[in-house]
Each structure stands twice: as structure tokens, then as C-alpha cells.
Design a protein around this ligand. Structure first.
Ligand code: ZN
Ligand code: ZN
Length: 342
């Protein structure tokens, strides 16, 4: 089968012909119909976040059709529409038993530690497979499994309650899901902070209050918009030290700043005025949980989470198109979400 793979860290992806992987008793072979290209893949290609073993097929946002099932697979049959939870875990260790499987010491992420979705087929254990409702197109099913799932996990970690206010930093693929999910949580007001006018306009279409961070100081602007109070929850979805600090500065008394996106750099805060004095919290967010996926699929099925509007651009399973899409993500271009549709 055709696969687009990272051969050497820091180099462009390349096309390789590889064998369709064999399936074990509890595995499912999926014919891939959609694979999301994620900002994390930019870090993997660049070597900022190590990928091993190489060569490896990238892509952790996968949806498709069941092609074949192992002898012990009970829940799926050939032809089922499915999407894939990207973390393959042992299901037995203390973290897995506690439902915090992202800390499983044996965890392997598809598209980072084992072959992923930039290919025609993928094999995953049955417990990683979720039925994709007919109402959800494959492209949306793919991106639900990363950006939307991470946004939901971030809001859960930030303990957002109804009638609270939220600021979302960065209206990318995560941000668009986050602001709709915040509304589902019953948020009183959702502020969307970005510097890209097109993204701000889209956020406004989803009912958020846009805050253009390229004009003036966004912290002062949020204070002004909230009567000097700040917000209860700030989600940092950019991954820059400056926006991480702003997220902490944005929060009100007893506010929670959830940091989701990656940087290797450190960031500063004024410990007394920005944190202690407010009893504010800084919360780290890593991945998401399999247990969060059913709610997400249900919200998408009933169009409460709408990923249809100008959010997804599709490209073929073709190496130059995929590398170009990664380049554009690296430059923080206009693309919200790019999905490979083989
Ligand atoms: Zn992703
Ligand atoms: Zn485990």
C-alpha cells in the first residue's frame, strides 16, 4: 500500500510502498478514508518532538471503513464506518485501570510510535475503534479524534461550569471546537482571541466575542469586556510563552488557565499578582481520554459541534500536497484543518 512517511527527522516526508500490516486476533484492519494533518505532525516532521522508530507513517487522526477483523473481534464487522482513538495502551496498568490511560507507560501513539494514517490502511486494536455515526462525514470523524477531543479534555480539566466565562486563545482547529464545546457546557460568554481576521470572523459566526490580539493589549481588552474581572477559564491553544502568560493574566479570582499547546520554552509569571493573590490555577492538559469520545461523537452527530463550516480543506494522499499542508501549518497560515482523503 501507499504510505507517506517520515524517513529522517527534520526532512520532508516521502512516499513509500509498504506491506499492509498483518492483523492480530483482537485487531481491526481499516481502509482509511480520512486522515487529519495536525499541528503536532509539524513538530514530528521537524524533529521538535521525537518520532520513533523511523521510518514511520505519520497521522493520528483517522477515520475509515472496516476492511477485515481479527478472529476475536466482537464489536465490528466488515463495512462499518469507524474512527480511531490514537493512543494504543496496555489496558492493564494502574493508569489504564484508573481511566487516565494517557499515562500508560506502554502507550504508543499512532503516527508517532507506530504507523499512522497517512496511508491506505491501518491496523489498530479493537478497543481503539469507535463507530462513526452516519451523520458525521469521515473528514469530520478524523479531526474529532484529536483537536475536538483535546478541546473537550481541556474544558473538563479546567472544570468549566455553566454560567462561567471563557477565553480561548487561538482559533485554530482546537479553538473552533473549544468555543462550541464551551457553549455546550453552558458558558455565559466565550471570548476568542487571535490575530487572524478570518479566524476571528469565524469565531464570531459561532457566537464568540472576538478579541483581536494584534490591536492593543488583549489582557486589557478582556478586563474591559468583563468589567475588570477577567475570565473564569482561559484555554491556551497557541503554544507560545507570551500567550501562556496572557492566559494566566486573563483569569479572574479563582480562575483556571489550562495550557494545551506545546513549546519547549519557559514562560514567566508575576507569582503574587497573577497567581497567588487570585488563587488562580495553571493546569496542564495532555491528550484526551477514550471515555470522552462517545460524548464528542454524540455532539457532532446532533450538530451541536459543527465542523462543517469552512473548517476543513482536503488534500489527496500525495506527498507534495501533504508536505505543503505541513509547511502552511508551520507558518500559522489560514488553514484550520487539513484532511487527507485518499
Ligand atoms: Zn492531532
Ligand atoms: Zn496501561
Amino acid at each position: 500500500m501507499k504510505a507517506i512517511r517520515l524517513i529522517k527527522s527534520g526532512s520532508l516526508l516521502e512516499t513509500q510502498e509498504i506491506a499492509i500490516p498483518p492483523i492480530g486476533l483482537c485487531d481491526v484492519l481499516i481502509q482509511i478514508t480520512a486522515a487529519g494533518i495536525c499541528h503536532s505532525d509539524v513538530h514530528y516532521r521537524a524533529g521538535v518532538s521525537p518520532v520513533e522508530p523511523l521510518p514511520l507513517t505519520l497521522g493520528h487522526e483517522v477515520a475509515g471503513i472496516v476492511e477485515k477483523v481479527g478472529a476475536d473481534v466482537k464489536g465490528f464487522t466488515v463495512g462499518d464506518r469507524v474512527c480511531v482513538h490514537y493512543l494504543v495502551t496496555c489496558a492493564q496498568c494502574l493508569s489504564c485501570q484508573a481511566g487516565t490511560e494517557q499515562f500508560c507507560p506502554a502507550a504508543e501513539m499512532i503516527g508517532k510510535h507506530r504507523d499512522g494514517g497517512y496511508a491506505e490502511f491501518i491496523v489498530v486494536p479493537e478497543r481503539n475503534v469507535f463507530r462513526l455515526p452516519d451523520e458525521i462525514p469521515f473528514e469530520q470523524g478524523a479531526i474529532l479524534m484529536c483537536s475536538s477531543a483535546t478541546s473537550l479534555h481541556a474544558l473538563n480539566k479546567a472544570r468549566l461550569r455553566s454560567c462561567e466565562t471563557v477565553a480561548i486563545f487561538g482559533v485554530g482547529g482546537l479553538g473552533i471546537s473549544a468555543l462550541q464545546l464551551a457553549e455546550h457546557f453552558g458558558a455565559a460568554e466565550v471570548f476568542a482571541v487571535d490575530i487572524n481576521p478570518r479566524k476571528l470572523e469565524l469565531a464570531e459566526r459561532f457566537g464568540a466575542i472576538p478579541v483581536d490580539a494584534s490591536v492593543g493589549n488583549p489582557v486589557a481588552r478582556i478586563r474591559e469586556l468583563t468589567g475588570g474581572r477577567g475570565v473564569d477559564v482561559a484555554l491556551e491553544l497557541v503554544g507560545l510563552p507570551v500567550t501562556m502568560r496572557q492566559a494566566v493574566q486573563f483569569v479572574a479570582i479563582l480562575g483556571r488557565a489550562a495550557l494545551v499547546c506545546l513549546t519547549r520554552e519557559t514562560f514567566e509569571i508575576a507569582s503574587y499578582s497573577e497567581l497567588l493573590n487570585k488563587e488562580a490555577e495553571i493546569i496542564g492538559v495532555s491528550d484526551h481520554l477514550a471515555s470522552e469520545i462517545p460524548l464528542l461523537l454524540d455532539l457532532a452527530r446532533t450538530a451541536k459541534l459543527d465542523l462543517s463550516q469552512d473548517i476543513i480543506r482536503t488534500v489527496p494522499l500525495e506527498v507534495s500536497a501533504v508536505n505543503r499542508a505541513l509547511d502552511r501549518l508551520e507558518e500559522f497560515g489560514d488553514d484550520l484543518r487539513v484532511v487527507i482523503t485518499p
